[in-house]
Design a protein around this ligand. Sequence first.
Ligand code: HEC
Ligand SMILES: [Cu+2]
Length: 415
Amino acid sequence: MSRQARGLVWLSSLLIIAGTIALIVVAIVADKDHPLSTLSPVGRQGRDIAELINPIFIVAGVVFFLIQGAVLALWWRYRVSGSDTGDGEFGYYDDEEFPEQTHGNNRLEIAWTIVPTILLAVISVFTLVALFALDDVKASDEDVVVTVIGQQWWWEYQYHLDGDTDSPPDFVTANELVIPVGVDIALDIKSRDVIHSFWIPKLNGKRDAVPGRSHDWVIQAEEPGRFRGQCTEFCGLSHGYMKMVAVALPPAEFAQWKNNQRTAATAPAEGTYAAKGLDTFETQCASCHVIVGLTSRGGELDSWNIYGEFNGGNAGSYLDQETLVAGAAPNLTHLMTRGTFAGSAFDLYLDAGDHIPYLELAEKGTLNRGELEAWISNAPERKPADAADKRGMLAFPGLSPEDIDNVVAFLSTLD
Ligand code: HEC
Ligand SMILES: [Cu+2]
């Protein structure tokens, strides 16, 4: 080997080692507080998944050291020794000389078939135990079942407080899935259009939302907090903006939140800006958005009927392909109690989450007014939509700044 070639070998070894160390450092540092990290689980299921890394890492580590050890041992044992004389005559071998060639070695071949089989078997035991534990989704501790409906490009949650998903839900909300701390909550995951995937990395793995099917899942958080999620099945134009948040509240606060969600909205006092906003809302927005108690579609829970209307009022079959999308828009009855909006792509409050307790957001939060106004006047500019296919929200170029002020004043009353 020439001096140059040897230099190259050293240089590339150094680069590989430095690169590996850099990657490990980045992995350790980047994990800190990363919102979508599976490595810092906060729920039982998330922990089951994250802990799988231990047995697998141990097995992989043993293999790594065995292989690398063998590589080093062979390198040392068969290294070229002697010194480079600079005349091409170097060490024991020159280019023409070939080491003795062998072919076939039954014992070796059997060994390298059996050993990996055992290793994979060990890994699969841990994996299967975790998988079965994750699939045990009937273990819900509360009666609540939340039907999760993925759609382009946001999430709807229909809460069935008695666990009966065949009857109309008790209330409907969007994008922020609120759950009590320390309790398994059963989810029933569906899609209204194409395949999506529901994923709150700190709480559990992914579950696909497939049109026409219903997938059981369960979610649990061990401590209060806001945990971010992301649709993880590419679902078109605004897939990247199809996020969600799981909010875990202490049981008493969850009960408070639940009771509030069940109340209908009340009309703002006559003559106020908010009342003018409601008028605009009725003409411009109520064709898609439901506000229980205010919009005039009638029925106990408008949003349940709204999906049924497209199918002869048969509320149960709103998941049929023909009944998709048109009119399927977030229920805004308690919009102001959420910390984010539009597929959790935007913050509804400038100081949401960490500083202000979730239940007090509507009262004490600073409304992200600019973003909300920009959304109402031209949503597709903030988040790409496909109006021709009735996907996403429309732009309202006809609304004057005054109209928008009034609509925002009205929306602000929806707590
Ligand atoms: C053609 C149906 C349609 C009309 C009309 C409509 N919207 Fe929407 N709106 C939607 C859809 C669909 C979404 C969800 C879009 C997304 O997240 O990508 C949405 C989202 C929203 C959101 C965010 C809700 C949340 O929980 O994330 C607000 C606020 C909103 N619309 C307000 C309005 C207002 C105000 C009007 C009237 C000026 C209006 N919308 C008219 C379909 C509509
Ligand atoms: Cu999606």
